[in-house]
Design a protein around this ligand. Structure first.
Ligand SMILES: [Zn+2]
Length: 210
């Protein structure tokens, strides 16, 4: 059975997805977080690193961890431009908190230098992760960013990166590149998930609470 373990890195969450035949790491937090993440991984052997989207607080330690874990990196190709040019796509929000977060995030990301990594495994809707030992597949969740993805397990849990937020209360992405796409992705999450929604920032969300 596929199980989800939260790996907390301050303000941002990564996740370890473990199954009978292997494990994958989802997201890598900010730059220089690899030791903190490795301590929480323990002795687990990671077959693949999956990045939910291209923001620096999720891809920041991908290069370090790929090297230390000897694991390839997977993400959606639409977000690769964000690795080298994080301010190239504007973020918006429609609430007061969203607008504040959008401005703050854009400013921090513009100053954050992410070590480049090799995208070995480009992924999109339906990509099956069982070849990496985990019974789960990729779902496209665009809106927060064009290349945002989620990972849906065979037990109905979903890890969504920033396609949903749990700040103050469960909501869709409070900041996004495209509001309509973001809202459609929230509806998709609600249709697909029968367990818990694991988010990039905050505690897990019950699907009935989103
Ligand atoms: Zn993000």
């Amino acid at each position: 059975m596929c199980t989800v373990q939260r790996i907390s890195c301050g303000f941002v969450n990564c996740y370890l997805l473990m199954d009978d035949a292997g494990a994958i790491l989802i997201d890598t937090a900010n730059p220089h977080c690899s030791d903190l993440i490795l301590r929480q991984l323990g002795n687990v052997s990671v077959n693949l690193i999956v990045l939910t989207h291209g923001h620096s607080d999720h891809v920041g330690s991908a290069a370090e961890l790929s090297q230390k874990l000897h694991a390839p990196v997977a993400m959606h190709e639409a977000d690769t431009p964000l690795i080298t040019a994080p301010a190239s796509r504007k973020l918006q929000g429609h609430t007061l908190l969203g607008r504040v977060l959008a401005g703050a995030s854009q400013s921090v990301m513009a100053k954050t230098r992410v070590s480049p990594f090799v995208l070995t495994v480009p992924v999109d809707e339906g990509f099956d992760l069982s070849a990496y030992g985990v019974r789960a597949h990729v779902v496209a969740l665009p809106g927060h960013t064009a290349g945002s993805i989620g990972i849906l397990t065979n037990t109905g849990d979903i890890i969504v990166g920033d396609a949903a937020f749990h700040m103050l209360r469960p909501t869709g992405a409070r900041i996004y590149e495209d509001r309509k796409e973001m809202e459609a992705s929230v509806e998709k999450i609600k249709c697909l998930c029968t367990g818990s929604i694991y988010v990039g920032h905050g505690n897990p969300i019950k699907v009935t609470d989103l």
